[in-house]
Design a protein around this ligand. Structure first.
Ligand SMILES: [Zn+2]
Length: 222
C-alpha cells in the first residue's frame, strides 16, 4: 500500500495536480508556465491576500509556504529580540532570505526559483551572524563561494567586493555547446583547461565553440 500523496522522481511532480491544495499559507490556483523554463510553477493565493508564482516542487517540499509574508513576520519577531534590525548584516540576511524564499522579490527568479536555498540553520539570524560574522569592511556583499550554483550554507559563502562577485558569476556563466549546457568552469574542467582560460577567450571575442574546442598551445598562458 502506498501512502497517499507520495510521488517519486521529478517527472512525477509535473503531473500531480496541485490546484486547490493548501501549502502553509498558500493555496495553489492553477499551473503557470514560464517561457524557456521547463519546471512547472503554480499561481498561488496567500492567506494575507497577496498572489505569488511558486515552483511546484518548492510547494510540495514545503520550501515555500507563503508569499514571503511569513519570512517577514519571523524576521521582524527575531529582530526585536536581537536588536540588530537595520544594521547592514541584518539587511544582508534579510535580502538573502527574500531572494530565496520570497516569490514576490525581483531576484527570486535567479535564486529561489532556480532552487537556491538558505540552509535551515541560517533561517535564524543569530546563527547566521555567528557563522558568517560581520563584514570586515564596508561595501562587501555576501557571495556564494566556491560554488556559485550552491546554497547559502556554512562553507559556501564569503564576503566579496562587487568585482570579486562579478568574476565568480562569470565563471558560472552557462555555455551551450554540442547539445550540452555547462558552466564555463565545468567546460574548463571537462577539457582539462586551466581555470579562467575559456572566460578569457570569450572576453577576446572567441565563439563558444572555438573557446571550448581549441587546445591551448604548449606554454601558452592565456
Ligand atoms: Zn502572504
Amino acid at each position: 500500500m502506498t501512502a497517499k500523496g507520495v510521488v517519486t522522481g521529478v517527472k512525477a511532480s509535473n503531473r500531480i495536480e496541485l490546484a486547490g491544495q493548501k501549502f502553509g499559507r498558500l493555496t495553489a490556483i492553477r499551473p503557470h508556465r514560464k517561457p524557456g523554463i521547463e519546471k512547472l510553477f503554480y499561481e498561488c493565493a496567500c492567506d494575507c491576500g497577496a498572489a505569488a508564482i511558486v515552483g511546484s516542487q518548492n510547494l510540495r517540499r514545503g520550501m515555500t509556504q507563503s508569499c514571503g509574508c511569513l519570512q517577514k513576520e519571523r524576521a521582524k519577531a527575531a529582530s526585536l529580540q536581537h536588536g540588530m534590525s537595520h544594521t547592514p548584516i541584518h539587511n544582508t540576511w534579510m535580502s538573502m532570505l527574500q531572494r530565496c524564499n520570497d516569490a514576490q522579490c525581483k531576484a527570486y527568479m535567479d535564486y529561489g526559483a532556480r532552487g537556491v536555498k538558505v540552509c535551515d540553520r541560517w533561517m535564524t539570524f543569530e546563527n547566521f551572524l555567528a557563522d558568517v560574522g560581520l563584514p570586515p569592511q564596508k561595501g562587501l556583499t555576501l557571495d556564494r563561494y566556491p560554488n556559485n550554483d550552491g546554497n547559502y550554507e556554512p562553507g559556501n559563502v564569503r564576503w566579496a567586493t562587487k568585482k570579486e562577485q562579478a568574476n565568480n558569476r562569470r565563471s558560472s556563466r552557462m555555455l551551450d555547446f554540442n547539445g550540452e549546457t555547462l558552466t564555463v568552469a565545468q567546460w574548463e574542467d571537462r577539457r582539462g583547461f586551466r581555470r579562467g582560460l575559456i572566460h578569457c577567450r570569450l572576453q577576446m571575442g572567441w565563439t563558444a565553440e572555438r573557446a571550448i574546442t581549441q587546445k591551448p598551445r604548449y606554454g601558452q598562458t592565456d
